[in-house]
Design a protein around this ligand. Structure first.
Ligand code: AMP
Length: 502
């Protein structure tokens, strides 16, 4: 029976002898062998009663079997619901309570802690361990893979991905077969993916970047993936000579730049480096080009929308920007007065086949963020420059309002980052008795530099209007980041929130 996503991503693996995945130990898993794994898992799950419309929640290590489980869910028409491996049992309880999955798959090492959670939420529990063994694999090994592929059209649900939820509760973004396939098709064309490509895959697969942008695209292209269980700079450098494309979050690139082994010779053969999920500093872009000769292609997307914009494959990849809307994706920037003029900052909204259908069981949240005519209010502030390149200025919730004036943290961060000795910075708003909020800077020094916060503030005094200048600054070794490389400003606000309290 037709199944939009399965037919495009997994069915074409039939008969493919060449590897779909190459593991760190050099072992290859052929396309056909992988498809059989998908089908055996699907049959095993069907035998447990899993069927179209069910949810399968998964908190496991990144293994070939975990990727196969995504395929098995798609084959059955069930919604795949991957969870960050860092979530605690209390957090998992929230997700299972909200999504009411029929099945929860977790690492055997955490079974004792998670079994009561699954039981309380009425989910059956199976294990899948970091070495690929476990209850799921045992069941799959006993069957032949004879399973009816569920009939799934474009609007059918393929996955629920929870947003990281740094403010309030995480929300489950409902992604349909069409959302995922349309985006993979567009990216395939825009980034020129071909069957001969070899994607170095070191991203987690519980997030849209590693699961959809990376894996869906490689599957759709008939390409191969070098499958790393996580990001390890040394391992990536070992395998880059065998790859043609790498996708990463900005921290991949900054960490690789710290390695003397990263040279033009090592990566001269590479076709493409892509970055996203968090802003890539223009300095990183420039340092990467100086060292390797490659200009990183930066793109912008989010859990709810898949990818929205990309710098051009051919043409200028402009540092500090996320390029242009992808074909089929409409993007507008709204201010209180209507559509923003070039260089004017406003709220980014997007519409297109990539945009999700709403938040799972949260109709009010859906109404707040997804307009009836299909425009999604991203929560990101941005602008277009005179040439139409989109710039992300930051999350609207990170906007600082001080004495009635709006301050965009990014504008202040860019000035701070240019001061000698500053590696990077994060600007936040903290409560202030006179101004409501005060601009506050957290500075990270370049290696080996003893940075003086007051001197940095003195150095920028002439460059920014007074209300934009931080009222105080601290120096720290590192900014707190989540697994996707995003600076966790909520943690900084918690930490420095009482700075000006009497
Ligand atoms: P997530 O849903 O976890 O993928 O987070 C999506 C958010 O990450 C977006 O709304 C942006 O705030 C941010 N983001 C993603 N890509 C970029 C980028 N290239 N530059 C700046 N921010 C980005």
């Amino acid at each position: 029976m037709p199944n939009l996503l399965f037919d495009a991503l997994f069915a074409p693996l039939a008969g493919r002898e060449t590897p779909l995945l190459t593991l760190r130990d050099g072992r290859g898993i052929g396309g056909d062998a992988f498809l059989r794994l998908v089908l055996r898992q699907a049959e095993a799950l069907a035998a447990l009663g899993l069927t179209k419309g069910d949810r399968i929640a998964v908190q496991v290590a990144k293994t070939p079997e975990a990727l196969a489980l995504y395929g098995a869910a798609v084959a059955l028409g069930a919604a795949f619901l991957p969870l960050n491996t860092a979530y605690t049992p209390a957090e998992v309880d929230y997700f299972l309570g909200n999504a009411s999955p029929r099945l929860f798959v977790c690492d055997g090492a955490r079974e004792a802690a998670l079994a009561p959670v699954a039981a309380a939420r009425g989910a059956r529990l199976l294990t899948l361990n970091a070495d690929g063994t476990g209850g799921l694999s045992d069941l799959a090994a006993r069957v032949a893979g004879q399973v009816a592929i569920a009939d799934c059209a474009g609007d059918d649900l393929a996955a629920i991905l929870y947003t990281s939820g740094t403010t309030g509760r995480s929300k489950g973004a409902m992604l349909s077969h069409r959302n995922l396939l349309s985006n993979a098709e567009v990216l395939l064309r825009e980034w020129r993916f071909v069957p001969g490509d070899v994607l170095l895959h070191a991203l987690p697969i519980f997030h849209t970047h590693g699961l959809f942008v990376a894996s869906n695209l490689a599957l759709l292209a008939g390409a191969r993936m070098i499958w790393h269980p996580g990001f390890d700079a040394g391992a990536v450098l070992d395998d880059l000579p065998k790859a043609s494309v790498m996708m990463g979050v900005p921290t991949f690139y900054t960490r690789l730049l710290e390695e003397p082994r990263l040279t033009r010779d090592l990566v001269g053969h590479m076709r493409l480096f892509i970055s996203g999920s968090a802003p890539l500093l223009a300095e990183t872009h420039e340092a990467w080009e100086a060292r390797t000769g490659h200009r990183i292609l930066e793109r912008y997307g989010m859990t709810e929308t898949n990818m929205n914009t990309s710098n051009p494959y051919e043409g200028e990849r402009r540092a500090g920007t996320v390029g242009f809307p992808l074909p089929g994706v409409e993007l507008r920037i709204l201010t209180e007065g209507g559509e923003a003029a070039p260089e004017e900052v406003g709220m980014i909204e997007v519409r297109g086949p990539n945009v999700f259908g709403g938040y799972w069981q949260m109709p009010e949240k859906t109404r707040e963020e997804l307009r009836e005519d299909g425009w999604f209010i991203t929560g990101d502030l941005g602008k277009r420059d005179a040439d139409g390149y989109v710039h992300i200025v930051g999350r609207a919730k990170d906007l600082v309002i001080t004495g009635g004036y709006n301050v965009y943290p990014k504008e202040v961060e860019l000035v701070l980052d240019d001061v000698a000795g500053v590696a990077e910075s994060a600007v936040i708003g903290v409560p202030h008795p006179d101004f409501g909020e005060a601009v506050f800077a957290v500075l990270v020094p370049q290696k080996g530099v003893a940075l003086d916060a007051a001197a940095v503030l003195g150095a920028i005094a002439g460059q920014l209007a007074r209300f934009k200048q931080p009222k105080a600054a601290v120096v720290v070794d590192n900014l707190p980041r989540n697994t996707m490389g995003k600076v966790q400003k909520n943690l900084l606000r918690d930490q420095y929130g009482r700075w000006f309290a009497g």
